[in-house]
Design a protein around this ligand. Sequence first.
Ligand code: SF4
Length: 307
Amino acid sequence: MISPRDELLTQDILRLKKEKSAYIIAHYYQREEVQALADFVGDSYAMAIAAKESPYDVILVAGVDFMAETAAILCPGKIVLTPEPAATCPMANTITVNDVLAYKKKHPESIVVCYVNTPAEIKAVSDVCCTSSNAVKIINRLPENAGIFFIPDQYLGSYLAKKLGRSIDLFSASCPTHANIEKEHLLRLKEQFPHAQVLVHPECHPEIVDLADYAGSTKGILDYATQSEGKSFIIGTECGILYSLQKNNPDKTFILASEELICPNMKSITLDKVRYSLEKLETRVTVPEEIRAKAALALERMIEYAS
Ligand code: SF4
């Protein structure tokens, strides 16, 4: 439910958006009021494509830093704005360029598959990017006998290895938000709601994924819930997805697998910050050209393999 003050802010933002010819792209984990005014809401893959195809010169990305960087990498001629430059992804920041280079030195024939949740300099030393919605497709495009180093999310990587029956070398990072689902709590919810299907993101711990009826990206979870004849679902991903789930399925019930499924970085973007960002055209996100050009190769390869 949008508050009267949020309504005023929303009007300001819509006016500024028109004045500045700006396009607002938001992630499903954003606050409800930010998703409600965005021109486009999607997962990180869809956001990248929306930025690349946008005819607007100013793109405001309501998401964490790697999402805005991805837009800046794919749209070098455009102004890319973030309303909160400190909004970051703790998982993305655990891996360093040296970690990747050290692996490549030991395994020069292997292919580095880089989850899009990484800074630009990590993408620049990787071979191909992926998101949770296209990772299966991307890995299936790689030679069958290729060694693969999947970075940085160990749980998404192990999920892919199991699903595809391939050996994949993993880095040891994981998402602190998805880690908040406790197995015992989920088992209790399943008992309490015996007809509810469990839909989770593969960033969850494997023991949570094993209890799920479906594991997939945020878009995958949305599509599954919308197409399913089921009427209730236990959701194992960040709480922001409830906005789109409920909007698309007003007759269905969604129960969060944990009260702690809140990403504080995603939630640090507020309407006040979006308005300020559009008004001042700040903070602009740029990537040094040498890094941008190399990171663009890994991202463009993802887009080619996923389409
Ligand atoms: S939900 Fe997890 S993976 Fe996504 S931005 Fe937040 S910390 Fe990173």
